[in-house]
Ligand binder design. Structure first.
Ligand SMILES: CC(C)(COP(=O)(O)OP(=O)(O)OC[C@H]1O[C@@H](n2cnc3c(N)ncnc32)[C@H](O)[C@@H]1OP(=O)(O)O)[C@@H](O)C(=O)NCCC(=O)NCCS
Length: 154
């Protein structure tokens, strides 16, 4: 696997990130997800990147103060200048023996920019494993569908 297409980031949730009941604010996790997506995109593109779109952001489970949150950002598809990054967030209660569970998931579209702030061409994605190839096809289908539904002639 190309080491530039994956990034893992962990953090213990603090009281300053939560409401009075101890639930971590959604926006705090969304910021971490954007940071992880931006970091893996920059790691791949080796230039400035911006977030162009966020899709299918889902909160599957609540996250509480003290939990260990692990974000995995994976570049699943690369277009000419844009990258589709899947960001998954797993939560782990460090005071029990329970396994980490999927708490959030989303797709981020990141665009590589040149020094003038214009979209810049990216190197082609090297797909090695079956899993990478399947993920690429799945994300490509999702993108093509989005393009169709955005076209007013459809
Ligand atoms: C993202 C941005 C650079 C795109 O600029 P643009 O002039 O529309 O560029 P293009 O039309 O050439 O599109 C560039 C790529 O981005 C993709 N893209 C642009 N807008 C998109 C959107 N809303 N959703 C999905 N993809 C998008 C295009 O499909 C294209 O991909 P490709 O080259 O892989 O085929 C511009 O819209 C922008 O600066 N937006 C604000 C970004 C920002 O400030 N984010 C928050 C802070 S990080």
């Amino acid at each position: 696997m190309d080491k530039r297409t994956k990034l893992i980031m962990s953090q213990v949730m603090l009281p300053s990130q939560a409401n009075v009941a101890g639930n971590v604010h959604g926006g705090e996790i969304m910021k971490l997800m954007d940071t992880a997506a931006g970091a893996v995109a920059k790691k791949y593109a080796r230039c400035n990147v911006v977030t162009a779109r966020v899709d299918e952001l889902q909160f599957h489970l609540p996250i509480f103060v003290g939990a260990l949150v692990t974000l995995t950002a994976t570049i699943a598809y690369v277009g000419r200048t844009s990258m589709e990054v899947i960001v998954n967030v797993d939560v782990e209660d460090l005071e029990s023996d329970s396994e980490p569970k999927r708490a959030l998931s989303s797709y981020f579209t990141m665009v590589a920019l040149d020094k003038a702030g214009k979209p810049r061409a990216l190197p082609q994605l090297q797909l090695e494993t079956e899993e990478e190839k399947n993920l690429y096809e799945e994300v490509k289908r999702r993108r093509d569908k989005l393009k169709c539904s955005c076209n007013p002639e459809n």
